[in-house]
Ligand binder design. Sequence first.
Ligand SMILES: [Zn+2]
Length: 337
Amino acid sequence: MAPEDWPNLKAARNRANSLIRKFNLTPPVDVKTLLLERAQVEYVDWPHQCDAVTVLSEDPPRVFVRDGLPPLRERFTLAHELAHISLAWHIGTVNCQVDPALIDSELPVTPAAGTQEREANEFASRLLAPDHWLRPLVKGLSSFERSVMQLTLDNLTRAEMSAQAGLIALSRHLLPGHAFIIDQNFATSRGTMRPGNSPLSDAEIAQYLEQSVAVEEFSHQGRTVLWALTDDSSFPSGRYQWQSDDTRTPHQVLISCCSRVFGEDSAQAKAWSINGVVGGMTNTSEMDWHEEAIISVVRQRISNTAELREILSDPEFLLYLQKRARAIVLKRANPSK
Ligand SMILES: [Zn+2]
């Protein structure tokens, strides 16, 4: 399930943001105190794999945390349990194993429990690395400058998250094209080609780096991190030469594309689906969108949507995207119009 089609994921994010505003929190967020104010917390030594168990039916809720977790994983786990307590629709007893590789996965592991786990991770990530704190750190970071990224990573350590959890949070604010590889795991910004599924094989990593435009290596929180800038080379590139007398609206251009590719009968319905994809993606993200970023993200999403993918073959589709992206950027600059 894509984040833009997942209202409870957005609600989890908003809940974390409102806690941050209410208590004026900045990194490192004292998550333990926040949790202790709302729950009975007990550390337990147990043999099973679970990181924590929260019993939401008790008042106050009871949280059992596995004793001896590495400190940064413990912090994320406490924030994750705080999520189950703070999100009213999470009920019953939850067994949590916080896998850093799945923090931002778009597909829940299992339908019911997986959905809530993903929502709790979203909350935890936004609480420990607040949007209002991260956004200015990466504003305009689109070029490939090693010193700027080094400074950003140094700042990121203040959030006291694991290297991977921190990079996933950072990636949310980066424009398309950025990927980080941390051992066999990775984090990519939206609209960026993914290297595969975690854990990555050496061959997958090598192939991904081979295709990248540039790669830099960093030592970050004791881990080796590769930062790769990728290029969306599977699509025709370059700007469509737009005729100056072409006064068609984006929607009119889209309808012509859809008629050619899908036939007159289904053109309207397909056009609305594509419109929905563009609107959903650009509405829900907090990024500073510019035209190229919108085009890249939308193309990536459509190429992953089997029933719409064929539209990418139409030569005028890029014209539609450019017109639509321009309209979105203008509207964001002048929201009243
Ligand atoms: Zn959980």
